[in-house]
Design a protein around this ligand. Sequence first.
Ligand SMILES: Nc1ncnc2c1ncn2[C@@H]1O[C@H](COP(=O)(O)OP(=O)(O)O)[C@@H](O)[C@H]1O
Ligand SMILES: [Mg+2]
Length: 281
Amino acid sequence: MIVYENVTHIYNRGLPNQQIALDDVNLRFEDGEFVGIIGRTGSGKSTLVQHMNGLLKPTTGRILMDGKDVSIKGLGINFNVGIVLQNPEDQIFEQTVFKEIAFGPQNMKLDSGEIKRRVAMAMDFVGLPKDILETSPFDLSGGQKRRIAIASVIAMQPRVLVLDEPTSGLDSAGKKNILQRIYEHHKKEKTTVVLVSHNMEEVAQYVERVVVLEKAKVTMEGKVDEIFEKPNELRKIGLDIPRISVAFLKLKELGYDVKNVHTLKQAKTEFFRLKKTLQER
Ligand SMILES: Nc1ncnc2c1ncn2[C@@H]1O[C@H](COP(=O)(O)OP(=O)(O)O)[C@@H](O)[C@H]1O
Ligand SMILES: [Mg+2]
């Protein structure tokens, strides 16, 4: 379990361009959960998740992992938590794709056979072709850089997987595949997943619990259902709910006896149930 206790993060503290990016945040992430972090640009999402592995340290407050303070300044990166940064260029630095993906497993002091196995597994996971292993990651497209960034984290098999807007820059088929695989991985390995996303369809489909950030503070927190039941509150802070949810809220307003629905799959089930009850009348 990861606990954020009164975490405040101030960039450029004391300078004219000081920015409070997190303001007294208290949060709890249970083992094996799939959590979504939503909020408009600049609300503090990336700052929040980079505290999870010690990439950023809080200005005040602390972060506990299984009761141990992992936010002490001077303490290095916590390898139990793997983060795919919002901008893949921020984490790619090796000369070849192989070296890039092998970097984490090498740091974990795995033997060379295991490292090769991990690299192959991670490439397969994100759908990268094997013939680019010796290519420089910098020569590849944005979408492929994104896949390499994800693969290099997957190769470490972290207990907690943090993805900061992982699907931007991917085509829609690629988006779906990668998230679907991450979801299956989460189910199978009981990995905790924290997904920062702008895409509410994505959130509805994969996430169990949602944390809403607004101006450096957590303003809402709850199950997907509870959060998407308040479209007006979300709209006020620049967020939408899935279009299918809007349609079903509308049906409810019109007096139809329907449940709240947030994915196409749920919509199909609910639609046929409604059709049946209407026919039975
Ligand atoms: N390295 C940085 N230096 C100074 N200010 C920053 C830095 N990174 C982010 N910020 C500021 O902190 C706030 C939160 O940013 P960020 O965590 O990136 O939000 P989000 O991921 O929700 O877009 C923004 O006002 C942003 O401009
Ligand atoms: Mg961000």
